[in-house]
Design a protein around this ligand. Sequence first.
Ligand code: XMP
Length: 509
Amino acid sequence: RVLILDFGSQYTQLIARRVRESHVYCEIHPYAMDLDAVRSYAPKGIILSGGPSSVHDADAPLAPRALFQLGIPVLGVCYGMQLMAHLLGGEVERAENREYGPALLDVVDSAALFQDIEATDVRVWMSHGDRIVHMPPGFRVLARSANSPVAAMADPARKLYGVQFHPEVAHTPCGRTLLDNFLFHICGCKPTWTMKSFVESAITAIREKVGSDRVLCALSGGVDSSVVAVLLHKAVGEQLQCIFVNNGLLRKGEAETVERVFRDHFEMPLVSINATDLFLSRLKGVTDPEQKRKIIGNLFIEIFEREASKLQGTRYLAQGTLYPDVIESVSFKGPSATIKTHHNVGGLPERMKLELIEPLRELFKDEVRQLGRELGLPERIVMRHPFPGPGLAIRILGEVTPENLRILRQADAIVLEELEAANWDNRVWQAFAVLLPVRSVGVMGDERTYEQVVAIRAVESVDAMTADWARMPYQLLARLSNRIINEVSGVNRVVYDISSKPPSTIEWE
Ligand code: XMP
């Protein structure tokens, strides 16, 4: 396995994804990871990420010099390379011309790191202000660019390597080859991290942790919880009890679909609970987004704990927490600001009697989908769009009432139907309707109307960390608007959300 030390780059997660795509297991840890912890983690290689700092900043994040004396190969990327140069006796200075965006590289030494990469005019992605003017003793230049006399350097004897550009981004086409050279030729990694091997090790780990206790798994019908359920069932069989809570905030026909799919594809019993009235009564009069999320998260736990107490020996609650949620809370400078309390991550733990079991904590969404396939889940479940735990409550801006739910459900069903008919559902990460708490004037027949507004949100994304609005054809947008206004009473206007994330988010609350 490989260790990635995070110095705060926006691309750190991408490094992890690239390494995993090469079937090598890796984890991201904060740059300040203790040296003993690094030793006992015993990685085959270490990658130092980029970061926004300069090594000359008073509060620059540093690594201990001893990190380079462990005999473990190190690859420094951008700030990671500058730090390596700075700590080992080289010299880093602010470059006169900063280098942002594409650059062309000339490779002067194609041994090891640059094996199988062209020698001249190699396209790479740069993003730095500092540059190396003197390499540390023992290092030699591997590549240059117009603005970086040391665009890549190495001390092959100590297996220390540095690149000024970002091999992890798509704009560096040779990046994959370069990272593979580091992983396989320099670190001696083997491409053995596959979903098949993950299933085996996850099952062993779950069995060890659970012992003879029982596990409650809350199924939502989404990809993550479905995968968790099947994995746990493989691991602990009848010690697992799945429950499905209908919180009254689901999409049209969803409760029935989840129950049917479960019956058809899962070989385990399901306890189904209809808690619609309870959720709606607690949400009465509530308009604040965070308050809605907390009320819903807490009520879920209340129900889980009540169900757990009915089943003797239930100690664990299984959750579909994914790696991006975990990284956000451990990375660089500690927990990031709470943008939203995602109910399967932030809302739960504090006052819980049940202990959490989170077998997907190390995986990205696309890996979870692969895992689902490996476990034999049908493509319909594996490729489902994500749906938030708090459901339609965070897509109704303002108070959640039965009437607002009716309007949103109908509008949302039209969005999904039309996208599927136009074959656009599998081209977007998510698509849905949002009900706005404003009314506007319209004219229907010869009558004045004063009714609500529905916004349509459709985004493209690979991991929900960033997203862009989908450039859907006008014809499709026109059909959506026509149908919603004609078929959903109470709506006289439809708008399309053309904001990206960041600075917006995917959901409106
Ligand atoms: P945002 O709105 O933060 O959403 O850009 C990113 C992704 O997360 C989903 N989402 C949630 N998923 N519980 C969940 O399980 C939640 O509370 C929650 N809130 C947002 C959202 O649909 C998008 O895919």
